[in-house]
Write a protein that binds this ligand. Structure first.
Ligand code: ADP
Ligand code: MG
Ligand code: ZN
Length: 617
């Protein structure tokens, strides 16, 4: 029954009872049929011995005669029946007359009370009803200050550390947090303070949210999850109220974990914002700080927070006693990727010849979320192809899909366009193949995907955190290789290379302004980057150099690109036969996989990539 209906029927019931009660009192004679006699007659009857029992109920009397008849009568208010009889010379104790006094606790009188109070109850009920109705409509307003945190308790779908792969250090660090939650006495008895806040830092999709849920799962404690943006609403002050409510809830459920996802939404450097709403954010942040300071050492609430922008967080958030522990998650290396692929292909039937290591090797730079997506795509593809197991084909196709989007088979490509694309991609690949500092070629394809006509994929060497100047110069040459091939073969320039040029310019400009790789301008950076709040995610570069320097920067960028173009032209001209061979192969088969490269390209010249750091020449 819905609550509204229930409330209505309650009211109806009340009305019916009221009407019945009124009806009763008006028309019912307490004891129908008995005749009323004066009190003197009663005394006379008692004297004659005709009375067996007198029932006294306040002033009304019911007389049961020995003859079996009953009479009613009334006495004066306050007078006692016993005294009246005594005055008439009848000793009630000695005679046969029994006197029974009915108290006010009888059913009849209870009924009377009910009738007296019924209107009151009735109106009370109506009042209550109306008040509840009024509150119902304003409920939403009142609950604004409530936190929207979702609570996950033990028996929910729990995540454990074994579901998170390839982030060994982070897991070890968080294992400690689990211990804190499980056995706080152990630490408190040594006088150690339980950490209050742990900040998970890492690029999107590296498993921050997953890992914090795993901590809750491992410790078997409630887990309150809220996103930073959920604190902020249209109304000022709501964020702070929500923080208060969230922490109240948490303290009631201690030990527990409070997880604030995307904390940068509220934890931004205070006072750094322009435009509206930053006051509100500041208050919310302040409230978080106040709450975290307010914890007793004994209150076992640990706040986990995740962000991919630790650089913009307010320093107050990071000081000891708040988020003083930092767990850094990074995109996984080849071992991590293999493990993550393993975790996500559990329960999926893989063909014998699927090598997850091979897939991992081809997916440099993929995040955990990308890999999860990749395995899922492969399974979907296999299902669509009516296969019962997932084969290497599906994995290869899904890698391309995740990187470049789905194939566009329906796109009509003229023969000439196809030829240009083949030479363009062959140009990229061949330059990469020939330059010792470039990454090895992993795959070439002239099947159009997404917005691209074709693409060439390189597989960077593993574990390369430092990139040398030579490697960047090689990257520049490779980026220009496509366009250079078009120039050489067709002696014209198409629009197909605009993306490459963007990329090349970006690399060259970074080399000069951010990496100090220009000899002329020296080892310094140019321009201050800052994020402007009102521009959303746009980066704005503030110039901190003169117009003359600006010109020099342009010249240097120009020179770098010019040099790269020269290298590409030299390499392709000298290896024109190879270029033709690759392009022909592509026109015939459309793709060249990693293991066919040697066959088509011939042996690779001696490699030097990743070996020596750049000597600045
Ligand atoms: P983040 O919060 O860092 O942006 P998530 O934790 O939401 O990323 O990860 C999204 C999804 O990616 C997870 O649900 C999981 O399926 C997958 N994933 C990410 N990292 C890992 C990992 N290290 N191990 C296993 N799965 C992962
Ligand atoms: Mg997340
Ligand atoms: Zn290109």
């Amino acid at each position: 029954m819905n609550p509204r209906l229930m409330r209505n029927s309650f009211i109806y019931l009340l009305i019916i009872v009221a009407v019945l009660a009124i009806f009763f009192t008006l028309f019912s004679n307490p004891l129908g049929g008995s005749s009323e006699i004066p009190i003197s007659e009663v005394v006379n009857m008692a004297a004659r011995g005709d009375v067996e029992l007198i029932e006294v109920s306040r002033d009304s009397l019911t007389i049961f005669a020995t003859s079996g008849e009953t009479f009613t009568s009334r006495k004066e208010e306050g007078s006692s029946m016993v005294k009246i009889l005594k005055k008439a010379g009848i000793d009630p104790l000695a005679s046969d007359v029994q006197i029974q006094v009915k108290g006010s606790g009888g059913l009849g009188s209870l009924f009377g009370i009910l009738i007296n109070f019924l209107p009151l109850i009735f109106f009370g009920a109506i009042l209550l009803f109306m008040m509840r109705q009024a509150q119902g409509s304003s409920n939403q307003t009142f609950s604004f200050g409530r936190s929207r945190a979702k609570m996950f308790v033990g028996n929910g779908p729990s995540v454990s550390f074994s579901d998170v792969a390839g982030v060994q250090e982070a897991k070890e660090e968080l294992q400690e947090v689990v211990e804190f939650l499980k056995f706080p006495e152990r630490f408190l008895s040594l006088g150690a303070k339980i950490p209050k806040g742990v900040l998970l830092v890492g690029p999107p999709g590296t498993g921050k949210t997953l890992l914090s849920r795993a901590v809750a799962g491992e410790a078997g404690v409630p887990f309150f999850s809220i996103s930073g943006s959920e604190f902020v609403e249209m109304f000022v002050g709501v964020g702070a109220a929500r923080v208060r409510d969230l922490f109240d809830q948490a303290k009631r459920n201690a030990p527990c974990i409070v997880f604030v996802d995307e904390i940068d939404a509220v934890g931004r450097h205070r006072g750094a914002g322009l435009g509206g709403g930053h006051d509100e954010r500041e208050q919310t942040l302040n409230q978080i700080l106040v709450e975290m300071d307010g914890f007793d050492v004994n209150v076992n609430v640990i706040v986990l927070a995740a962000t991919n922008r630790p650089d913009i967080l307010d320093p107050a958030l990071l000081r000891p006693g708040r988020f003083d522990r930092r767990v850094v998650l990074d995109n996984p290396d080849i071992k991590g990727r293999t493990e993550i692929l393993n975790v996500h292909s559990k329960g999926k039937p893989l063909a014998e010849d699927v090598s997850l290591e091979r897939v991992a090797r081809q997916t440099v730079g993929f995040s955990g979320a990308d890999l999860a997506n990749l395995v899922n795509e492969a399974a979907i593809l296999a299902a669509r192809r009516n296969k019962t197991i997932i084969t290497p084909d599906e994995f290869a196709e899904s890698i391309d899909r995740v990187i470049a989007g789905p194939e566009r088979k329906s796109r009509v490509v003229s023969e000439r366009e196809k030829e240009i694309t083949a030479y363009h991609e062959a140009g990229h690949a061949l330059v990469g193949f020939l330059l010792p500092d470039a990454d090895p070629v992993a795959k070439i394809s002239i099947i159009s995907r997404g917005a691209m006509g074709g693409y060439t994929r390189f597989s960077p060497e593993e574990d390369r955190n430092l990139v040398s100047k030579k490697q960047l110069e090689a990257q520049l040459a490779v980026a220009l290789g496509g366009r250079t091939a078009e120039e050489l073969i067709f002696n014209e320039i198409t629009t197909g290379a605009s993306n490459d040029l963007d990329q090349a310019t970006h690399i060259a400009r970074n080399m000069v302004t951010r990496l100090g790789m220009s000899k002329k301008l020296g080892p310094r950076t140019f321009g201050k980057r800052e994020e402007l709040v009102f521009l959303g995610r746009d980066l704005h570069e503030q110039r901190d150099y003169s117009d003359q320097i600006a010109e020099e920067i342009d010249d240097e960028v120009h020179a770098l690109i010019g040099a790269a173009h020269k290298i590409a032209t030299e390499q392709l001209t000298a290896n024109r036969d190879k270029l033709d061979k690759i392009a022909k192969y592509l026109l015939e088969y459309e793709t060249i996989e990693e293991d066919q490269i040697e066959e088509v390209f011939g042996p690779r010249p001696p490699q030097a990539n990743g070996a020596a750091p750049s000597s600045d020449d």
